[in-house]
Design a protein around this ligand. Structure first.
Ligand code: SAH
Length: 227
């Protein structure tokens, strides 16, 4: 008999986390302009409910950000799809750096497209939770670091893409410096009330910026936390 302590979440989902509920979410993403079949297929097959506390898992396939504790959120599926699609369309995705692992949902989506993903989170218990979730999904091409991600992860750079899922007021220069030739940094920039999602591409020592849309992310904070 399995006890509640070692029982694993149901990856397929039932009721409000069933395949049918997930299809409705897919319809919404398509209505909002997501076109990449690759991205849509990954969102369809990635069980977002395992990234949430049980009390919230029935809302996993609503297209909204939801709390994950520590004043943080799991990103809205539309935003995850939009950011992933923007990076997929704009160049190589072999080596990707993610700043702001959270519970690991965006990491899971990215790890199914990239050869390797390096992810940095400043809140230790969240990083540990992400590791558990991603192991459950058997995603092994991910390296984790508990740190302030504003400094990137120089040891493993340069990166084809850097995705930042928390918003700084100003772009950390270190992240730009760790981009490979043709590499892109996708980053929300701004304060609590107004942020824009910027896609910055590197061509030699030149950087070009495209503004994608208005967004709302938690702030990129300084330093790391143990608890
Ligand atoms: N990628 C997540 C979104 C998590 S919310 C998802 O798919 O749902 C953003 C995360 O960024 C939070 O967990 C927050 O702790 C983290 N964060 C904020 N500032 C950071 C920093 N300087 N370095 C690393 N992580 C940071």
């Amino acid at each position: 008999m399995s006890s509640i302590l070692n029982s694993k979440p149901n990856l397929n989902g039932i009721g409000m986390t069933s395949q049918r509920t997930r299809e409705r979410l897919l319809g919404r993403l398509i209505d909002q302009g997501i076109q990449s079949m690759q991205v849509l297929d990954i969102i369809r097959s990635t069980p977002r409910h395992i990234f949430l506390d049980e009390a919230l898992s029935h809302r996993a396939y609503e297209d909204v950000a939801l709390p994950i504790g520590y004043n943080q959120t799991i990103s809205q599926p539309y935003i995850v799809a939009r950011m992933t699609e923007a990076l997929l369309k704009s160049g190589s995705l072999e080596k990707v750096l993610e700043i702001g692992t959270g519970c690991g949902y965006q990491t899971a989506v990215m790890a199914q497209l990239a050869k390797s993903v390096y992810t940095v989170e400043r809140i230790k218990p969240l990083l540990d939770r992400a590791k558990r979730n991603l192991k459950l999904l058997k995603l092994r091409n991910i390296d984790y670091k508990h740190d302030d991600g504003s400094a990137g992860w120089q040891q493993h750079g340069p990166f084809d893409a850097i995705i930042t899922t928390a918003a700084p007021q100003q772009i950390p220069q270190e992240l730009l410096l760790q981009l490979a030739e043709g590499g892109r940094l996708l980053i929300p920039v701004g304060g609590d009330d107004s942020q824009e999602l910027q896609l910055i591409s590197r061509h030699g020592d030149e950087f070009s910026t495209e503004v994608l849309e208005a967004v709302r992310f938690v702030p990129l904070l300084v330093g790391q936390l143990q608890h």
